[in-house]
Design a protein around this ligand. Structure first.
Ligand code: 1HN
Length: 379
């Protein structure tokens, strides 16, 4: 995928660190080209920048536009075997038209019409769903029907069978995140079709999934299930729990106790209860709450992330770009570009009046390799 060097464009230039141009040097360079060789001295700054220089661009996608087009697709494009999902990917404008939000992450809006099903399949790509609005769909993961409602986060580890089922008489939209570009670059993808239709028993709409009943009790794991698992066996992280955790962090701050990331900025990370580490092997997912009137310190991280505004309004600055954002808007933070978030006092219907942001990133990949880095300006 990378085209760092072009072997046909080797030219001698008179520049610091470069040999003096001469006919003999040109002849040497033509020899390199013939043998498909590239000297380091002409390429070092591109190959080894002093800090990450992302190919991706900061960009925002407006939820209203995504939703309108997804709804139109709902009317025109059937869901079924072959196409598999009515998912529409965010294509970063600087990544050559590929359906990649960042060099490692895929992000999409997915849409199911009333009573519609998406067929079963499995793939090595790790995935999750996050619900910014609506309800009525059950994702059937390993034959366990899991409810999807506003604010719920649903991880879905690689190679697990899954289908979706809209039990409601209304369409429903949500977002998907996957490590597709990463697995494309590392050439590690496998895919398998499952059953064309889920069974009648899986078509029920329980309030709690079996995974929820087994794994959804804080600090408690079933003794019967041994060992760490690569991705979380808990298949839905419900908004009520996430919201309570964020509310408590900010309340503790008010009482003078530690726990927030920085003043006015609470955050929680979704974890795998069998390890305490990231919820998926390749994807980190978090929910952030920034009190209205608070501006976060500019922060850079190695690796890329994608955000979706869950509630509230504010202004987000990524590198040289700045956008006013509201519920559902999605934006990309390329590697090592500074991000800062300013929450506005808003007339939204959120309880907190704060800006709530869902975030996912490729950090677990970097952390596993010792490549994760963070710098906070003024920190
Ligand atoms: C997939 O299986 C889903 O299961 C969503 O909902 C998006 C994008 C590419 C390949 C498979 C899903 C996907 C996907």
């Amino acid at each position: 995928m990378t085209d760092v060097v072009s072997p046909v464009s080797l030219t001698a230039v008179d520049a610091p660190g470069q040999p003096t141009p001469s006919p003999e040097l040109e002849q040497l360079y033509r020899g390199f080209e013939r043998e498909l060789l590239v000297p380091l001295w002409t390429e070092i700054s591109g190959l080894m920048p002093v800090h990450p220089q992302s190919k991706a661009a900061p960009h925002v996608w407006r939820w209203q536009n995504l939703l309108e087009l997804a709804d139109r697709a709902g009317q025109l494009v059937p869901v079924g075997r072959g196409g598999e999902r009515r998912a529409i990917a965010l294509a970063n404008p600087a990544l050559g038209g590929r359906p990649y939000a960042t060099p490692t992450l895929w992000a999409a809006i997915q849409y199911l019409m009333p009573c519609e099903d998406a067929p079963e399949h499995r793939h090595t790509q790790n995935a999750f769903r996050f619900v910014v609005e609506g309800e009525g769909v059950w994702t059937v993961v390993g034959r366990d029907p899991v409810p999807m409602r506003r604010g719920d986060f649903l991880p879905q580890g690689g190679w697990i069978w899954h289908a979706h089922h809209n039990a409601a008489d209304r369409p429903m939209a949500w977002i998907d995140g996957l490590d597709i570009p990463f697995q494309y670059a590392t050439e590690t993808q496998f895919f398998e079709f499952g059953r064309d239709a889920i069974s009648e028993e899986e078509r029920v709409s329980p309030d709690r999934s079996r995974a929820q009943r087994l794994w959804g009790h804080p600090g408690l794991r079933p003794v019967s299930v041994p060992g760490p698992q690569p991705s979380s066996p808990l298949l839905n992280y419900r908004w009520a729990d996430t919201d309570a955790a964020l509310t408590d962090q900010l309340d503790l701050e008010d009482e003078g106790f530690p726990g927030t990331v920085e003043p006015g900025h609470a955050a929680v990370r979704y974890t795998n209860p069998t390890t305490g580490g990231d919820v998926l092997a390749t994807i980190r997912a978090e929910m952030h709450r920034v009190r209205s009137g608070t501006e976060t310190a500019p922060r850079r991280e190695a690796g890329s992330s994608v955000f979706q505004v869950f509630d509230g309004t504010g202004t987000v600055t990524v590198g040289d770009s700045s956008w006013r954002v509201e519920r559902g808007d999605m934006f990309v933070v390329p590697s090592w570009q500074p991000l800062s978030i300013r929450s506005e006092a808003s007339a939204s219907d959120s309880d907190s009046g704060a800006l709530d942001l869902f975030r996912f990133s490729d950090t677990p990949i970097l952390a596993a390799l010792g490549l994760d880095r963070v710098a906070v300006d003024g920190g």
